[in-house]
Write a protein that binds this ligand. Structure first.
Ligand code: GRF
Length: 191
């Protein structure tokens, strides 16, 4: 049977992308076809190369183009797109072509601390400022509006009174590495 083909989009460190690549490396039903990055010097670029995954570097103009990503994914027969720290807005044309086939991970318990400007440390700073008792991750489909597509799964972690932004970031990253790949697997294979 033809494997389910995934494209991974990442702009930064790529620790989640790496975890996903390793998780599906010898999977019989899922294939990571390529990693796409809009940052040629991002650490994910070297990671993808050393893991032997095809790499596509594009520029921001191409990301914004109405047809570039659609044509690229179509030509590679992609079934699902996974955003693992991809810091550009996905064009509506791609979302329309892949309805509920583009999955993102967000480092908070959405709908809390989502939306424009809520990424990276800004999320954890806002969580501390709001005196939250817990935070976590949301794995969700991408829709036209930032961080508001259907939620697939959420996982939480308690916040201690003296937790710094860095401490929360570390806890959240651990949750991401533990849950992102298995959640993708369950969702796309309907397990
Ligand atoms: C993660 O925290 C994820 O929630 C967010 O971007 C970050 C990417 O981290 N969307 P990494 O590049 O995978 O380490």
């Amino acid at each position: 049977m033809k494997p389910i083909k995934i494209a991974l989009f990442a702009s930064g460190t790529g620790s989640n992308a790496e975890t996903i690549i390793r998780y599906f490396e010898h999977h019989s039903a899922v294939e990571i076809v390529f990693v796409l990055s809009n940052k040629s010097h991002a650490p994910i670029v070297e990671k993808a190369k050393s893991l032997g995954v095809s790499l596509i570097i594009c520029n921001n103009q191409q990301v914004e183009d109405e047809s570039y990503l659609v044509n690229l994914c179509k030509s590679q027969d992609i079934d699902y797109i996974i955003l693992a720290g991809f810091l550009r807005k996905i064009p509506d044309t791609l979302i329309a072509f892949y309805p509920e086939k583009i999955i993102n991970i967000h480092p908070s318990l959405l709908p809390k601390f989502g939306g424009a400007g809520m990424y990276g440390k800004f999320v954890h700073e806002a969580v501390i400022a709001a005196h939250e008792k817990e935070t976590g991750i949301s794995i969700h489909y991408v829709s036209e509006e930032f961080d508001s597509g259907r939620i697939i799964a959420q996982f939480s972690v308690p916040i201690q009174i003296d937790d710094t932004v860095e401490a929360i970031q570390e806890k959240v990253h651990q949750l991401e590495h533990q849950h992102f790949a298995p959640t993708i697997e369950r969702e796309i294979l309907d397990m």
